[in-house]
Design a protein. Sequence first.
Length: 237
Amino acid sequence: MSAAAREVLSRVFGYPSFRGQQEEVVDQLVAGGDALVLMPTGGGKSLCYQIPALLRSGVGIIVSPLIALMQDQVDALRQVDVSAAFLNSSMDLRSLADTERRLLAGALDLVYVAPERLLGERFMGLLEQLVARQRVALFAIDEAHCVSQWGHDFRPEYIQLSELHQRFPGVPRIALTANRADGDCRPADATGDHHPPASRAGTTVRREFRPPEHSLPDRRARQSSQAVAGLPRPPSR
């Protein structure tokens, strides 16, 4: 699958080659596995889910915490002729309905959505329809450090994202962050089982990380683990 990924990288995004372990992550997602990506800002995290979303059948659902981040990502994708959209509180009812219609019609490659909206009954209903038709390529949890650093105060919904694993266990998942506390992104299954099923391979990628000097309370660490439930644990060394 690397050849197809490299073709999309060049044709769509204009890059001659992958950097670091991007290709490893892309291949993992395209093959139906999960990944936890820890890369610094500018490390190319977005391509790790954008390319698999274009190669797999269906739409990539991207959880993003801020409207400005969604807008930037969608604008950049549209500039390279990728069909992308967002759903957030800045939109009027007509725009929301039109985007939902395009989502269900299979007209979108990537959709960015805030965790609050994703976890709502309406959007979960849309996801159930799409998953039943095998039309969800992957779930990507962007800015995953929101779970631990902001989670309880800024985005408590990030803590509830384990529902994606519980309701749609067959959809590949990727969590991405450029900022974490040491040991704070060790995902575990929501039931407390720290060993993902053997049928769901996982990849953990770290690159050029300097953990912050402070550490977060154990309670936050547990919440962080649950929020990206089912993703693979970092390998033992």
